[in-house]
Design a protein around this ligand. Structure first.
Ligand SMILES: [Zn+2]
Length: 227
């Protein structure tokens, strides 16, 4: 039967996708926080090697790769990832580009006029620089503590950063305080997204963490498309 045209694409084919995958791929020995166990992802059985099926064996913590933090991560008695309302990380989102190559400062953030209920994804130099290697990069761009407080004061719903932690590796207090301020306020934190090539602006976001019972985080697939 001849193929039937429906608009720009052939009938029976998927329409062209405007979705942009901002997840980082899970793979063996992928980038991880230095004190956490190294992810191990291997093919346990291999159809191409004559096994009856192919299977992968995966060992990693719940903060591996692209993931969403739940408040239990830093807050005793906090909510777990399986309690997260799915619309916390599904819906309209804004990508903001940060020029500072060391830290996201309040000074740079304020002109962006953050509004209540927004989901903000921060694009920094990290996206281009840090994912070229599986080695952990210590001097990634992170949130100044007052930035976390400002986002809470403005009533954001979710925030994302393009490396595996919003706080810096180099200062335990900043690492702790940035997480605690946001998680205590019920803001969900998406870490480990890659916004290389993504223009600042308005998008639709779909990010769903694994439904991990009592998890303090969940590995996630995150995609956006312009609106
Ligand atoms: Zn995390």
């Amino acid at each position: 039967m001849a193929k039937r045209k429906t608009g720009a694409y052939e009938w029976g084919e998927a329409p062209p996708s405007s979705w942009i995958d901002i997840s980082i791929p899970f793979r063996d020995k992928m980038v991880h926080w230095p004190s956490d166990p190294e992810p191990q992802i291997v093919r346990l059985k291999d159809r191409d090697a004559g096994d009856p099926v192919s299977l992968m064996d995966m060992h990693f913590i719940d903060h591996a790769g692209t993931h969403v933090d739940a408040s239990l991560h830093f807050i005793a008695g906090g909510k777990t990832i399986d309690q997260m309302p799915v619309n916390a990380t599904i819906g309209r989102a804004r990508v903001i580009e940060i020029k500072n190559k060391e830290v996201i400062t309040l000074e740079e953030l304020i002109p962006h006029n953050i509004r209540r209920g927004e989901r903000i994804l921060f694009k920094t130099e990290n996206s281009e620089r840090c994912y070229k290697t599986d080695e952990f990069i210590e001097d990634y761009v992170y949130f100044a503590t007052e930035v976390a407080q400002h986002l809470v004061d403005r009533g954001v719903r979710a925030v994302g950063l393009d490396y595996i932690s919003i706080g810096t590796y180099k200062d335990q207090k900043n690492l702790h305080d940035t997480h605690e301020i946001l998680l205590n306020a019920g803001v969900y934190i998406i870490e480990g997204i890659n916004l290389a090539g993504v223009k600042p602006g308005r998008y639709e976001l779909i990010c769903l963490p694994l439904l991990l019972e009592r998890g303090d985080a969940g590995p996630a697939r995150a995609i956006i498309r312009p609106i």
